[in-house]
Ligand binder design. Structure first.
Ligand SMILES: *Cc1c(COP(=O)(O)O)cnc(C)c1O
Length: 625
């Protein structure tokens, strides 16, 4: 609400009146002609939008015309010449001005709509007060009268200075600048808007930039119109415009778009998730990947990740890998399991299934123990499989199965895996950083996670934290060049933090900031408490609203919760989703085959009050039914 658009400030000639902005143009060419100097239409138009005396000076200062002037008069132009020319300009313009006040198409319905929406209408101009008396009176006769009109005389100077806009803001009582749109049809209009810090919008049809009459414009072919629009669009954007519209009819939709963008929704999803502003800000500079400053950052980041994973850090290493989390899973599976190896995958959801499909794609011998989407793996079954197939070399499992929110008991599983002396691989993508764990105690050889889950960075890379002795044995195992975890590791070790291929520099910087913020929050323990609190608040609140969690509490992780569709009524997810999205929260559809569910995440920069806000939005949804 606070940041929504509450004011639109229009330019006059070429924007709201005088299609093509012709009135001043004719007079400018005339006054120079009277001095024996022929200026082109383009030269006369270029400074359009400025205060008219500034406009005269700007024409004189263009190199070709300065030159002509010097040749003609044997000296450069003086300020006296500017004033003299202007004294010719003013009366001539005043004479013809009443004929150039016709309002542009769509202005009246637009103003009606803006007023109905409570949006105030201001205006600025390159005309003087005297000229505006004529123009405003002409426009008013046709029904167009903005709430406020400011000329350069009111504030002491014209465009591209921002002061006419500021005076509008003051008179209309609207601030901050991000609540205001300035619409104009010249480069000096656009600059006035950007200098004021408001949304600066250029309009194309009828503009001075276009410089055509209504008839001329309507006679263009579609192709010619398109080429012209493209050219003008570029001119506006080069001048700093935030948006460009074809005509005024597009303004209401643009206002909606700006309003939506200013109220971003909270992501209650399994990642990418809501990050802090400071994490996003960490991306606002570019880094050279060759430079040691940057590579030192990588080395520290790798060491920090190992420390986060275990107190016993000397036996482990962290390898970063470009891509989303799945790329890192594929990199570990494809590098850790040798040609003659055999992988057992425990699965109870889509991410466990994905590990199995990766192995299958890589033609790795694989056994799958599937316990179904809503049950924990049967540990005696696991033992049986390991006894029956002694050629199994590796066992992989997902820690938090994000499909449902199920938390697998990796401690109990790891114990068995190690009794049988197998290599233990854990996809802790959605839990690492959010649930306390020590990979040494848990006997994990490879733990995989990514930048955009519980560490609360942005998406762009994943990482494996690996047992060095095991990784050392993996040279030449990889079934892919770019996803070779061993090679990536050696590359980072030997190159002192250098990635083999392009490093996601901005994502890395955001991640470093996210790690700092994790520490400030109080480390993984504190984050775990916050997520747990979020989950408890959510589950209790939802149960009160008759949305039942899919999983039994002892299986439920603090990361994400699946809820069943309510029984009996005609619930549709999309309607539910859109309703709460409009209130500023987005959730996730379900991902299981067994039951109709949706999911709500608790991770990211999300706090108890956010969960309470979401619950209130959901209650509103139920009440309106
Ligand atoms: C997010 C996630 C992944 C990786 O998914 P990407 O879309 O590739 O980032 C893998 N496993 C689990 C458990 C996850 O939650």
């Amino acid at each position: 609400m606070e940041n929504e658009i509450r004011g639109v400030i229009f330019d006059w000639a070429g924007t709201t009146v005088d299609f093509g902005c012709f009135a001043p143009l004719k007079v400018f060419t005339e006054i120079f002609k009277n001095k024996g100097i022929d200026i082109t239409i383009e030269e006369a138009r270029a400074p359009m939008g400025m205060l008219k005396i500034d406009h005269v000076r700007a024409i004189l200062s263009t190199p070709r015309i300065s030159q002509l002037w010097s040749e003609k008069f044997g000296r450069g132009y003086s300020e006296g010449d500017v004033e003299e020319l202007y004294s010719d300009f003013e009366p001539s313009l005043m004479k013809i001005l009443p004929n150039y006040t016709d309002i542009l198409d769509g202005i009246l319905p637009l103003c009606k709509e803006l007023r109905e929406r409570g949006i105030k209408i201001g205006s600025t101009t390159g005309y003087t007060k005297e000229m505006m008396k004529v123009v405003a009176a002409g426009a008013a006769k046709q029904g167009y009268a903005p709430d406020c009109l400011v000329t350069a005389e009111d504030v002491g100077c014209g465009r591209p200075h921002p002061f006419m806009i500021y005076r509008n803001m003051q008179n209309l009582g609207i601030y901050p600048p991000k609540c205001i749109i300035k619409v104009g049809d010249t480069v000096s209009d656009i600059k006035e808007g950007t200098n004021a810090g408001v949304w600066s919008v250029g309009v194309i049809i009828g503009s001075s930039e276009m410089g055509l009459t209504r008839d001329e414009y309507s006679q263009l072919t579609d192709e010619q119109k398109m080429v012209l629009c493209r050219k003008i669009t570029k001119t506006y954007f080069d001048a700093g415009a935030d948006y460009v519209i074809n005509n005024m009819a597009e303004l209401p939709a643009l206002i909606d778009e700006i309003n939506k963008g200013q109220v971003p929704y909270l992501l209650l999803t399994p990642g990418p998730l809501t990050t802090t502003k400071t994490v996003k800000q960490a991306m606002l500079r570019d880094w050279c990947t060759w430079d040691s400053d940057y590579n030192n950052i990588i080395q520290k980041l790798r060491a920090d990740l190992v420390s986060l994973a275990t107190a016993n850090s000397q036996n482990y290493t962290a390898v970063l890998m470009q891509g989303s989390g799945t790329f890192s899973v594929e990199s570990v599976i494809g590098t850790a399991v040798p040609n003659n190896g055999k992988l057992l995958v425990l699965t109870n959801g889509a991410y466990g299934d994905r590990i199995a499909s990766i192995a299958e794609t890589l033609k790795i011998q694989t056994i799958v123990q599937d316990s179904g989407e809503t049950s924990l793996p049967d540990l005696s079954e696991l033992e049986k499989i390991l006894i029956a197939s002694p050629d199994i070399t590796h066992v992989a499992v997902v820690h938090c199965e994000t499909t449902t929110g199920m938390l697998n008991d990796i401690e109990a599983i790891g114990k068995i895996v190690k009794e049988f002396k197998k290599i233990f691989i854990v996809d802790a993508m959605s839990s690492f950083g959010g649930i306390p764990m020590d990979i040494f105690n848990l006997k994990i050889d490879y733990l995989i996670s990514s930048s955009n889950k519980c560490i609360q960075g942005v998406p762009g890379f994943g990482f494996a934290i690996a047992n060095k002795l095991e990784l050392e044995k993996c040279k030449g195992n990889a079934r892919s060049l770019s996803l070779d975890l061993y090679d990536q590791w050696k590359g980072m070790e030997n190159g002192n933090g250098k990635w083999r291929y392009t490093s996601p520099t901005h994502v890395v910087k955001a991640f470093c900031q996210a790690l700092k913020e994790l520490e400030v929050e109080g480390g993984v323990e504190a984050r775990f408490r916050r997520y747990t609190d979020n989950q408890k608040t959510l589950a209790e609140g939802m149960t009160n609203l008759k949305f039942m969690p899919l999983l039994e509490p002892h299986m439920q992780s603090p990361i994400i919760t699946s809820f069943c569709y309510p029984k009996g009524n005609n619930f549709t997810f999309l309607e539910f989703y859109n309703f709460i999205k409009d209130k500023g929260y987005v959730i996730y559809p379900g991902k299981i085959s067994k039951a109709e569910t949706f999911r709500i995440g608790n991770i990211g920069n999300v706090h108890k009050n956010d969960i309470l806000g979401l619950l209130a939005a959901i209650e509103d949804f139920l009440n309106k039914q």
